[in-house]
Design a protein around this ligand. Structure first.
Ligand SMILES: Cc1ncc(COP(=O)(O)O)c(C=O)c1O
Length: 385
């Protein structure tokens, strides 16, 4: 067999049960207390156990409420019915599908419990070798995870005055003793896609000195994903790792599937460093919808429609906003971001609070059109007074 992952996954198996499932499966005396406190029937009837409570416009977490696709849900049902069994070779089936789309070999794919797990593993693998050089503002959760464990130091490079990733500034810091360069393209929270030619030239040069990770969690939402992705650099043999997820355009944030594309050797190290085993339900769902272009096109059209509404609203109010190519928009409201967050929360509209010292910049995610409409209507009053 070309790559030896099935043994590990077959022996240790899938995560299997969801939190709700575990609550419903408790046995014995302790269990009856637990069930009394948390009966599964009540949990299932509780609209807000997972996802936003009724009436809440959840626009703070970059989810895609149009997902999961029906093709994923059918497989969730199937995966649940097969939940007694470890996931085994389903891993290979998904790896094959992903590899086929990108013109790589299945052993170049590492599938994880959300891309966050792969990104954490990567921070733990490369962090001890030297600093993680990254933009000042990026999705830093996983680098911070390794940093908290004493396994990484993040060397942040300020954004340019236009809030772009300063590729030249980052490159100037990179040497053979850099542990990792971490870029997020499109970036979070700015939503900006890097200039393709400049990005690829810089990544190539940096990858000659160290490993470059490009987190492309939102790339499918960009105007031209094929051209902007750095997958071609990895395929050409540069020391580049690409990370993708089913949490964004696929609308499966709660189902937890992500993956990396890299050299086979790097993929093997990521697989052996990742801490959990992807659930059979997650694999089944991802296999079900991976090539569901109808759903993907629909999701993207809804997200773009919502994005245009936010841009139009900001424009009409004279607010500066960044030309996002993602499912969120970063805009300068003119009032402290935490105040705006609190004001909108009073109307059950949830957006993100302040990032670092970007005091009056706020990030709003694209949820359902009607929820984004509520945000657009509430914004003028929220920023006045
Ligand atoms: C840029 C980026 N990368 C990765 C992730 C992690 O996503 P997940 O672990 O759900 O794949 C997020 C989550 O918001 C993100 O914004």
């Amino acid at each position: 067999m070309a790559f030896d992952i099935s043994r590990r996954f077959m022996l240790t198996g899938a995560l299997g049960a969801s939190v709700a499932g575990v609550a419903g499966c408790a046995t014995g005396a302790a269990a009856s207390n637990e069930l009394a406190a948390f009966p599964p029937e009540a949990a299932m009837a509780d609209e807000a156990l997972l996802g936003p409570a009724p009436g809440v416009a959840l626009l703070s977490r970059n989810e895609n409420p149009y997902g999961p696709a029906d093709t994923a849900l059918k497989m969730v049902n199937y995966g649940g019915r097969k939940g007694a069994y470890y996931a085994g070779d389903a891993y290979l089936e998904l790896a094959k599908l992903i590899a086929e789309r990108h013109g790589v070999e299945p052993e170049q794919i590492a599938i994880t419990t959300g891309s966050g797990e792969a990104l954490s593993a990567i921070a733990m693998i490369y962090g001890p070798k030297g600093p993680i050089v990254a933009p000042r503002l990026f999705w830093d959760t996983t680098a911070l995870y390794a940093s908290r464990l004493g396994m990484a130091e993040i060397d942040r490079v300020p954004l340019t005055p236009e809030m772009k990733v300063d590729l030249a500034g980052i490159e100037a810091k990179v040497s053979e003793s850099t542990g990792l360069v971490q870029l997020c393209n499109p970036n979070n929270p700015t939503g900006l896609v890097a200039d393709t030619a400049a990005m690829k030239a810089a990544v190539k040069r940096m990858a000659a000195k160290t490993t470059v990770l490009v987190d492309e969690a939102y790339m499918e939402l960009a105007d031209d994903p094929e051209t902007n992705s750095c997958i071609d650099l990895m395929k050409a043999g540069h020391n580049v790792i690409i990370s993708r997820t089913f949490s964004k355009i696929y609308g499966m944030a709660g189902i937890r599937v992500g993956y990396t594309i890299s050299s086979p050797e790097t993929a093997e190290v990521i697989r052996s460093t990742a801490m959990s085993w992807i659930s059979g339900v997650g694999l089944a769902a991802a296999i079900g919808c991976y090539n569901d272009t109808k759903f993907l096109d629909y999701s993207k059209s809804k997200i773009v429609e919502a994005r245009d509404m936010v841009k139009t609203t900001c424009g009409a109010l004279g607010l500066e906003y960044l030309p996002s190519q993602t499912n969120f928009v970063f805009f300068k409201s003119g009032i402290p971001a935490n105040d705006l967050q609190a004001k909108l929360a009073q109307k059950q509209i949830m957006i993100r609070g302040q990032y670092m010292d970007y005091v009056d910049w706020s990030r709003v995610s694209m949820g359902k059109i009607e929820d984004v409409e509520r945000f657009c209507k509430a914004l003028p009053e929220a920023i006045s007074a």
